[in-house]
Design a protein around this ligand. Structure first.
Ligand code: NAD
Length: 462
């Protein structure tokens, strides 16, 4: 019986069947355009119609050549393979869904495959987040021909190996921060991505808050004058309890460093983005609680463990503070801690320039406090600018003015930049070069704390 493909697909919809989550290796997925399917040779359509499946497999079209014009069309889609499905895996999944709906001027990310080591858990996450297939080994995911972009949301110890494999396979790479366990590893990742000619991005999402973009615009337009000070804080309190278990974020071999690399990395990136490159740093770190119960269950930020059971050594800093001199002469102070009782996640900065100042606190991320010294003396003071107008970066995509956005929107904007960069054949910003520069500052602070001296970033050239 000759069923047209359209009938087959409609019938599939009619019976309410979901697209299958499968470990077979699809060549192209049907969500990559129906147009594509309608133009397939009739024999392939028949075999597809027979199977009532949405997927087109490599074996089905082995002897078939794609017409050149279709390539342009297919460039409107980027097939994503994502590793890790907890905190950031969920945030990235949400962004892949949101970009085509709210910021549709870029290629559509297709949620092709999600990867985790626990087959049952990753299948459940795949279903919940809307991924088309699952893998339980990232090597398998990276080797799939239908993946264009590898998205790494695993802890830092996994970043390098996955990124190098992805670059070798010619895939674009989106990697969470901090880029790597060490500066040497970060440099290796950048070199591999550059040699492979793929696009690479690092997950410094806070740059993408519209209020932060406004601060950047004011600085670039010279409206704050010469920048003198950057004051950055990233304060949390989730491990205050000495019996909170030893999650991966507290183990150096997995996380690289503690509050410094986890929280401080964001503040360092923000300072580089808004003020400029670092010249030298001096810092100190402390581990207040040196032993903790081993976890029986964990994600990066949550865990279960018994106070009766074995305990393990905390091998990272609980808190880090440092001062910095920037290449342009500005001075900076930085504080990153998980022991600031009452601070759930205070991620804030203040910048003072010769003509004005700005203040930002992520817990009130829609607002930027702005001071201009040119204001008449009798009304001088910090004003609260609500960065939700169409005049503010990205806000045209969301709601009417005054309708605020949240954490997840920063990741959506970040994914939009990545898709835009792929379409425009340029590197996205921030990319692995930014990851390397951040990693150099992290390492300089660690060296300074260990050796109790100022450390110049020149010590880390090449
Ligand atoms: N940009 C941000 O705002 C932000 C926030 C939190 C975390 N992060 C970064 O994101 C990354 C992940 O952190 P998280 O909080 O999502 O961690 P998490 O513990 O919540 O999730 C980690 C995920 O990685 C998976 N995983 C670990 N090793 C793996 C391997 N070898 N193969 C396949 N999967 C593996 C785990 O199963 C889990 O799904 C880290 O680099 C972290 O620093 C960034």
């Amino acid at each position: 019986m000759a069923l047209s493909l359209r009938t087959a697909l409609d019938k599939n919809d009619y019976f309410g069947e979901k697209r299958p989550l499968t470990n077979r290796r699809p060549f192209l997925l049907c969500q990559k355009p129906r147009y594509f399917i309608e133009n397939l040779p009739i024999s392939i359509k028949l075999s597809l119609a027979g199977s009532f499946r949405y997927n087109i497999y490599e074996s089905d079209i082995r002897d078939w050549r794609m017409p050149e014009g279709w390539r342009t069309f297919l460039n409107n889609f980027v097939n994503v393979g994502m590793i890790g499905y907890k905190f950031m895996g969920k945030a990235h999944s949400n962004a892949y869904r949101a970009v085509p709906m709210f910021l549709p001027d870029v290629p559509k990310p297709v949620m092709t495959a999600i990867c985790g080591r626990d087959a049952e858990a990753v299948r459940a996450a795949g279903e919940q987040f809307g991924w088309e297939s699952v893998e339980t080994d990232w090597r398998q995911l990276v080797s799939r021909e239908d993946i264009d972009l590898v998205d790494i949301n695993a802890p830092s110890d996994a970043h390098k190996e996955i990124a190098l494999a992805a670059a070798a396979a010619g895939k674009h790479i989106f990697c969470e921060k901090p880029l790597a366990l060490s500066l040497a590893d970060a440099k290796e990742m950048l070199a591999a991505a550059e040699a492979a000619g793929v696009k690479h991005m690092v997950g410094f999402n806070y740059r993408f808050a519209p209020a932060v973009r406004l601060a950047k615009k004011l600085i670039e337009e010279g409206r704050l004058g010469k920048i003198y000070h950057f004051r950055g804080l990233f304060l949390q309190d989730w491990i205050m309890d000495p019996d909170f278990p030893l999650v991966w974020r507290l183990q150096k071999e997995i996380a690289g460093s503690g509050s410094l690399g986890d929280l401080g990395a964001h503040t360092i990136d923000m300072a580089r983005y808004l003020v400029g490159e670092f010249d030298e740093v001096i810092g100190m770190t402390e581990t207040f609680i040196k032993e903790r119960p081993m976890p029986t269950e964990m994600t990066g930020l949550t865990a279960k463990g018994s106070t009766e059971g074995p305990r393990g050594q905390v091998t990272v800093d609980d808190a880090a503070m440092f001062m910095a001199r920037f290449q342009n002469g500005a001075l900076g102070t930085f504080e990153a801690t998980r022991f600031a009782n009452g601070h759930r996640s205070t991620n804030s900065f203040e910048i003072n320039g010769s003509l004005g100042s700005v203040r930002f606190d992520f817990e009130r991320m829609n607002e930027l406090e702005v001071f201009f010294s040119e204001d008449a003396e009798d009304v001088q003071g910090f004003r609260r600018v609500l960065a939700t107008d169409a005049a503010h970066d990205y806000m045209h995509a969301w709601w009417p003015a005054g309708h605020t956005i949240g954490y997840e929107h920063t990741v959506t904007h970040e994914v939009h930049e990545l898709m835009k960069a792929i379409a425009e054949d340029r590197q996205p910003v921030p990319n692995f070069a930014d990851g390397v520069k951040c990693q150099a500052v992290l390492e300089a602070v660690e060296r300074s704390a260990a050796e109790k001296r100022w450390v110049s970033l020149n010590e880390f050239e090449n």
